[in-house]
Design a binder for this molecule. Structure first.
Ligand SMILES: *Cc1c(COP(=O)(O)O)cnc(C)c1O
Length: 396
């Protein structure tokens, strides 16, 4: 691996120099007014990025997985029933966590490459006239397969079924990179981590709770200590934490939200969409197919690419690392060996994406796949030049 190359794994993502510097700070007293000047702007910035104006937001020293745990432990009670789809490694692991918490999971198995089955969820919710289902779990962007699910549609389905379950959304690989609308989609708990769209090292779980989720926490019976939002709220009221916060990362997060909001979330989303469509154009030029089975499912943060039958896709990741010092994402779980992934979220430009595409095609050619050198790069260049022309024309 070369430290000079960008990474193309779907998290942790590349860290802009300014954010790295913001994380690197001397020790301060985390119970002093100086910490308040980091904590409150970081919270406000995160809320703006995910479109949350109501409810409360919490930042735990943890990873995205800790965010899942905080969502469950604060809103549910032992034995509660939840509804979830399994369509990739991340939705699988969240379900596994629910089971370890002693929750009853209605698990809908979906092909890896498809999104959350909104219509089927609506039927299940309609049939639940007794209101047994307390929460619907949704993985907005399945990072293992490069599939985005329709959270707005899921909310409409929940409303159409007149079901009042909480909507818990894993936005770990979408928030800050793909449109996410906490208020508009009436999300009850949104979970993300610091190392994806926020371009930071891993170490923070960022979790938004709606007013409804906060109200549910008052009677939720699952035990929680480290992830207690009640303890965290009391800490915030005193400009502190119930324990020691990750101060440098929090300062980095404050800067990251400033960077994103300064670029403008619409521009951030457009940049991710453009870079992703260049990557997909390259995949098409290589004659390969995506794991995601339809265009409306295509993720703008990660592309999972199927390799020909009988070829172990993990060899691409290994060879790229050893031969060219570049990191791509390997296949996980049910699609291990069948796909490799190009992560293209966070601090990413058209030019960076071109370098990843160029290396990927050298790797595949080295390994004997029938790829024409330069074909993917040319296809992506076509997309990126169009984007540049559109930007130039808008400026004139
Ligand atoms: C990365 C990721 C996670 C897990 O986050 P960790 O920070 O590794 O705990 C959860 N869900 C999705 C969709 C992810 O991409």
């Amino acid at each position: 691996m070369s430290l000079q190359n960008p990474v193309f794994i779907p998290g942790p993502t590349n860290i802009p120099e300014a954010i790295r510097k913001a994380c690197d700070m001397p020790t301060i007293d985390h119970r002093s007014p100086m910490f308040a000047q980091i904590l409150h702007p970081a919270l406000a910035g995160v809320r703006d990025v995910m479109g949350q104006s109501q409810g409360e937001t919490f930042i735990f020293p943890a990873s995205g997985t800790g965010g899942w745990e905080s969502a469950i432990a604060n809103t549910l009670s032992p034995g509660d029933t939840v509804l979830a789809a399994r369509n990739g490694m991340f939705s699988h692991k969240w379900i596994d966590m629910c089971q370890r918490f002693g929750l009853e999971v209605i698990q809908v198995d979906v092909a890896w490459g498809l999104g959350l089955p909104v219509d089927q969820f609506e039927e299940i919710l309609r049939a639940d006239t007794a209101g047994k289902i307390k929460a619907v779990l949704a993985t907005h962007n399945e990072t293992a397969t490069g599939v985005v699910s329709d959270i707005a549609g899921l909310r409409r389905a929940m409303n159409a079924a007149s079901h009042d379950a909480l909507l818990l959304v894993d936005g770990v690989s979408s928030i800050g990179s793909m449109p996410f609308a906490f208020d508009d989609w009436a999300v009850d708990v949104a979970v993300t981590g610091s190392q994806k769209g926020f371009m930071l090292p891993a170490g923070l779980a960022i979790v938004g709770f709606s007013e409804k989720a906060v109200a549910a926490s008052k009677t939720a019976g699952l035990p929680r200590t480290f992830f207690s939002i009640d303890d965290m709220r009391k800490g915030y009221a005193a400009n502190a934490y119930p324990y020691t916060p990750a101060v440098g990362l929090m300062n980095g997060l404050k800067h990251a939200t400033e960077m994103l909001l300064e670029e403008g979330m619409d521009a951030v989303y457009a940049r991710h969409a453009r870079i992703a469509s260049g990557v997909r154009a390259a995949v098409g030029a290589w004659g390969l197919s995506l794991c995601a089975q339809a265009p409306e499912l295509y993720s703008n943060t990660v592309t999972a690419i199927r390799t020909p039958e009988g070829f172990n896709a993990s060899r691409i990741v290994e060879h790229a690392a050893t031969q060219y010092g570049m990191a791509f994402g390997t296949g996980l779980g049910d699609v291990a060996g069948k796909v490799f992934r190009i992560g293209h979220l966070g601090s990413m430009t058209d030019a960076m994406a071109l370098s990843g595409i160029a290396v990927a095609e050298m790797v595949m050619t080295d390994l004997g796949l029938d790829i024409t050198l330069g074909s993917g790069v040319a296809a992506a260049q076509g997309v990126y030049r169009q984007g540049a022309t559109a930007t130039r024309m808008a400026a004139e």
